[in-house]
Every structure is written in C-alpha cells, then in structure tokens.
Design a protein around this ligand. Structure first.
Ligand code: PAF
Length: 292
C-alpha cells in the first residue's frame, strides 16, 4: 500500500493497472477513517481488482464558520486501516495540488442541493460536486463508493454522474453503527462523553421512525412529530431538520405511498450530526448494520 501525494503519480499507476485490464474502485474520503469507511473499502475490494482511497479534507465544501481547521486528521492511522482492508493506494494530495492558483471552475447543481443539509450548508454541495468530479477525472475509476449516511450527498453524486454522463458506477453502502446505535462519523471525535450519550437520540429517533413505518404508519408528519419529540427531550440536542423525502429528488413526501428517505441533522452541543433510514431497507426485527 502506498501513499501518493501527486496527481500525475496516481494517474500513472491507474493507467498501468488499466493496461493490464484491471478494474479500479475509488473510495473518496476526508480521512480519519472508521469502520464505515472500512466497509466501503471492503465493498470496493469485492467488486474491483484495485482500490484507491482518497484522503483529502476538501476546503471547498466547508462554509466559513464550519470545522475545516479542526476536522480530525491522522494519515498514519488511516494508512493502517487502508492497509488492513487491502486498499492499494491512498491518494492524499495537498490543497494546492487540487486547487492551484487561479482555480476558478466549479461543478454545481441547481436541484437537490437546495434541500435538507443544503439549507444550512449553502456552499457544501458545490464543494462536494467539484472535488468528486476532480477525483473522478484524476483516478478514472470504474466504480466509486459512498456511504448512505450522507444520503443527500449520494443522491447529488448520482444525479451529477447522470447529468454529466460520467462513465462511473456509483455504489451506496449501508450505514455502519457503533454497538450502541450511534452512526459512525469522523465528527463523533468532537463529542465529549456526555455528548456521546446525548448523540444516541439520533439513532433512537431513527429506530423509532423505522418501527412506526414497520407498524404501518403512513403519515409523515406523525412519524416526524414523534421522532422530533424524542430528540427534543434531550437537553444537549438541537434539531436542524427531520424530514421525509423522495430519496432521489429530496422533495418532501406527506404520505408514505412509496419508498422514501427519512433524514435528520441534529446539533449535539456544537457538533452537527446526521442520520437517516430508507423505508425500503427496513429489515424485519433488527435495526440495520450494528457493528457489535
Ligand atoms: O463524504 C465525504 O467524506 C466527502 O464529502 C467526500 C465525498 C470525500 C468529498 O470530499
């Protein structure tokens, strides 16, 4: 496993693989990898001959008051995880390698990005679309892997790939949870012990919503109302949104007459966390992918 900092070098390596007829999977990340990322690497390894993991904290997707500076970084730790899971390359460019002086081209989207997280993070998806397009152009993977925890990001990327005829298969992978239910996130490291306990309201609300759907509740506002009530009972929690939307268009759905996405963003102290469930993925009995 090698760490490559340079665009030309990663391109040369991928070109060599392609001339040997090998397929390439890309796992785009911002590093500080956890078992959720590991599951993406595992999925890529299952589907492809070679796997590139990009580790790049993308300044363009953070707003001016957001956590770009404090975002956790630990390349040594990331390298170990990628190595253990059989990734072939970490692509870890410096910001100037990705955004040279005079950089002025962006990939933006007028739909999907004005909903949910886009409302409180207005520059976020432009930054994501731009960096992911760049990573696709640099690595030219056959497939790219994204976690379903960022359900809106996944929908945005699928839409971008379709709109711009990018010849890449996008694979969404299930949320990985701690044994207590908390969805894995690099941002969980910001939480104090008390906040970690408080953060369990997100998954509790997800599980409550899932149970209501399983028991036949079809009215979105009833489901959202109960989920919000549960979250509001936690003094350290402040809701950004809890919404039930079409999983492709992100438009709100009042009655569950087809599969939908129930997504939430909640501040725990000053840390903004997200969680969600897709109604067509609710299993019988269990609450998904608990990483015991
Ligand atoms: O999901 C993330 O970690 C980031 O948004 C991504 C896709 C790596 C782009 O910077």
């Amino acid at each position: 496993m090698q760490v490559v900092k340079n665009i030309d070098e990663v391109r040369a390596q991928v070109r060599e693989w392609k001339t040997q007829g090998l397929t390439v999977g890309l796992v785009p990340t911002m590093g500080y990898l956890h078992d959720g990322h590991a599951s993406l690497i595992d999925a890529s390894r299952r589907d492809n001959d070679r796997t590139v993991v990009s580790v790049f904290v993308n300044p363009m997707q953070f707003g001016p008051t957001e956590d770009f500076e404090s975002y956790p970084r630990d390349l040594e730790r990331d390298s170990k995880l990628v190595e253990v899971h059989g990734g072939d390359i970490i692509f870890n460019p410096e910001p100037y390698e990705m955004y040279h002086e005079g950089f002025s081209s962006f990939v933006d989207m007028t739909v999907l990005t004005q909903e949910l997280c886009g409302l409180s993070r207005p520059v976020h998806f432009r930054g994501v679309c731009t960096v992911v397009s760049k990573l696709f152009n640099i690595v030219k993977p056959d497939r790219a892997y994204f976690g379903k925890k960022d359900a809106q990001q996944l929908a945005v990327i699928r839409h971008m790939v379709d709109d711009l005829n990018m010849d890449i298969e996008i694979i969404g992978c299930p949320i990985v949870r701690e044994s207590n239910g908390l969805a894995m996130s690099s941002r969980n490291t910001y939480l104090s012990d008390a906040e970690k306990k408080a953060a369990l309201v997100l998954s509790k609300a997800v599980f409550l919503g899932m149970d209501m759907v399983k028991n036949g509740e079809k009215n979105s506002s009833v489901i959202i109302g109960k989920m919000k009530k549960l979250i509001e009972a936690e003094p350290l929690a402040r809701i950004d949104y809890v919404k039930i939307v079409d999983s492709a268009t992100m438009q709100q759905i009042p009655i569950l007459n087809r599969p939908v996405l129930c997504a939430m963003a909640v501040y725990i102290g000053s840390t903004r966390l997200i969680d969600n469930f897709f109604t067509d993925e609710i299993g019988g009995g269990s609450h998904g992918n608990i990483n015991a």
